[in-house]
Structures are given as C-alpha cells and as structure tokens.
Ligand binder design. Structure first.
Ligand SMILES: [Fe+2]
Length: 384
C-alpha cells in the first residue's frame, strides 16, 4: 500500500543528556544578546539551577531580563505580561526553563513579540503573520514535550476556555533536555507529568495522523515512559529512570508535534480547567475510558505497545490491548489518580460545556475511532 505523503518537523536542534545544561550559555550566545529568562515557581531557585543559569548567561556577555512566576495552566494575561517584559527590556531571545506551562509562555512570547496585537487577540484566533524572535526551551519536568512542539496552550479563566496558539515560528530553535533538572520534581508532579507523557506517547502512536516516522518514535516513547514512570515516582533520585522519562517525554513530544493526539486530550483540556486539576491528572484518569472506547480501532497498535512493555509474549497475542488498559489502570491506582469525574465534584449538567469545547479540538479529531457527540458523551458517562 502506498504511503500517504507526510511532513515532519521538530526543533532545529536538540541537546539531550546529563550535563547538557552547561552548554546553555554558548548555545544562547549564538541566537541572541538580550535574553528574557522565563521561569515558574521557586523550585528552580531552591535547587540552585536558576542562579547557575543566570551566572552562566551573564559570563557569556548576555544581558538577562526576567519573567518569573508563570503559573500552571497559564493565562492569556501572563502571556501579555511576558510580551510586555520582552519589549521593555529590548530582548532578542527567550530562554524558558520549567514545565510545560513555562515553555508554552516562553515560546509564545518569543513568537508574538514582533506583532502589534494583544495576546487576547491571538487567543481569540487572530492569525499570526510575523514571526518574532527565537526561543530555547529547557524542560524541568518529564511530561508535556512542549520543548519540541510549536504549540502554546493557554487558559482564559474567566470564560473557562482553554485554547492553543500555534505557529511554525514558535518551534524552539533549541530543545535542551538535561534529566538532572527533573530531580527536584516531587512524586506527585513526577506521576502527573509522567502519565501525561505516557498518554501522549499512546495517543500520538494511535492517532489517525500517525506516520511511519512518528510510529517509530512514539512506540519507543511508550516503552520508555511506561517502564520508567513508576520507578521515577518511587525514587526521584533514580538516575536511569529520570533519564528514560526525559527521553521518553521528549520523543512523545516529537511524535505528537507531528501526529497530534486523541480524545483523552480533547476531553482533558475542558475537564482540567473546570475542576482545577493538573493536566497530567486529567489525562491519566481519562486514558482508560478512552482506551476502552478505542479498543477495536487501535487493537493492533495497542497490542504492539503491550508487547514492547513486556505485558504479553508477542504482538500476535490477541489480548494485548486489554492488557495495556489493565496496566494503565494499575498505574493510576498506585499513583492515587481519581477514578471518576464525580469524585472531582462534576455534575452531569457540566457535560454540555465539556462537549462543546472538546468536540472542536484537533486532538478529538485525530482520535483513532471517530468521535461523534454520542461517542463523546458515552466516554464522559463511563468515567462519571
Ligand atoms: Fe498532554
């Protein structure tokens, strides 16, 4: 059978491995002179990494301005604040060091810095016509894969809407992944972000937009994250587990950046914002019911993934997809992931809102089994 034509893009350059962070200053110096350093909470500071990064950049002769305290599920207002800081300081490069929310803000600030419209206008769908400055993304969690995507997910907390801005110019010029930076992640964050990575690996592997390139990368991401996530949660100092999670989440990010995701992410966005739960927790709890919904459509690939994870003897066994689902449910139980939406205070009257937001999502439209309104509601009901 002839292959469908496809395009594959990722960050221009990827630096991976323990010790990579020491290369940040020389890499940054090749891309700009005045850096806006975008960071999140205080853990980067407590670990001493923030001071070392600033010192390293300054020693290379770079000026550093700061955009600090980017929150989880970042708002359109935070993006606007970042753009204002970038312009006021006359920056020409963004370096974002943090979790997905921090990198999402950093990428969007760099891209939109050249434009004259507000962040709100772009959130509302204004097309981006001018590419701004380059950005470097440095993840401190193993989860979102945002370091290798051209997407920024933002929340409008007033309207309860979550939407993404995407543009080729948002793709990091450099993704710098040093597993050492994930050591300060507490077990709860390691579990939530790790399940996001695992879910993204599964969803990009089974997506209708998957290609031979994304398949190879996504399957390895399933294997790496599926095998390592529990070890990384149990012992945050396990160097091998941290390394496998960092590599697995990077690979899942590369896969999803090209193959998109599936119904888990279509539902997780409105659910995350509505019940104020971390993105990874929403993904983890929705993965088993969506896998059940997709069972026949993705049976062959889930069987292959189950074999890679050692859950069955070989991909020819018929019950691989069921074994994979049991494996995910077991991880969720051991990580204390809530099982039902009603445990989060959900009411059936919320379904209309979740449906409206989730049905139009590009993730929902990439799901292996077509999703109509009845199918969407069937999944919500099964996890209610
Ligand atoms: Fe995700």
């Amino acid at each position: 059978m002839a292959l469908k034509p496809f395009v594959f893009t990722t960050a221009s350059r990827i630096l991976f491995g323990y010790g990579s962070l020491s290369k940040l200053p020389e890499e940054a110096a090749q891309l700009g002179k005045r850096v806006l350093l975008v960071t999140g909470g205080s853990s980067l500071e407590a670990s001493g990494h923030r001071a070392a990064i600033v010192r390293g950049l300054e020693e290379r002769g770079l000026d550093v301005a700061f955009c600090e305290g980017v929150e989880a599920e970042p708002s359109v207002g935070t993006l606007q604040k970042g753009i204002d800081l970038f312009r006021e300081a006359g920056c020409d490069l963004v370096v974002s060091v943090g979790g997905g929310s921090v990198m999402d803000i950093g990428k969007a600030v760099a891209c939109l810095s050249a434009s004259d419209r507000t962040a709100q206008a772009y959130f509302d769908g204004e097309p981006i016509t001018r590419a701004g400055s380059p950005n470097i993304a440095v993840p401190t969690t193993s989860g979102t894969g945002s370091e290798v995507t051209k997407v920024s997910v933002l929340s409008d907390h007033e309207s309860g809407r979550k939407a993404s801005i995407r543009h080729d110019a948002m793709m990091p010029a450099l993704a710098l992944v040093d597993p050492e930076l994930t050591f300060s992640c507490p077990p709860s964050v390691t579990a939530a972000s790790g399940m996001d990575a695992f879910c993204q690996a599964i969803e990009s592997y089974t997506s209708i937009r998957a290609t031979p390139l994304t398949d190879a990368i996504a399957l390895e991401a399933v294997r790496l994250t599926g095998r390592a996530v529990e070890r990384a949660v149990e012992n945050g100092a396990d160097r091998e587990a941290r390394e496998e999670m960092a590599l697995g989440s990077l690979m899942a990010g590369i896969a999803l950046g090209n193959a998109r995701l599936g119904l888990v992410h279509g539902i997780a966005h409105p659910v995350g914002i509505l019940y104020d739960i971390p993105h990874g927790v929403a993904c983890a709890m929705l993965l088993p019911p969506v896998m059940a919904y997709n069972m026949e459509a993705s049976r062959a690939k889930c069987g292959r993934a189950a074999a890679e994870l050692g859950l069955i003897d070989g991909p020819s066994r018929q019950d691989g997809a069921e074994k994979l689902l049991e494996f995910v449910a077991g991880l969720n139980r051991r990580f204390g992931i809530p099982e039902r939406l009603s445990d989060l205070g959900a009411e059936r009257s919320d379904f209309a809102h979740i449906l409206k937001d989730g049905m139009v999502s590009g993730s929902t439209q990439s799901n292996p089994r077509p999703v109509d309104e009845a199918g969407f509601l069937e999944v919500l009901e099964s996890v209610f």
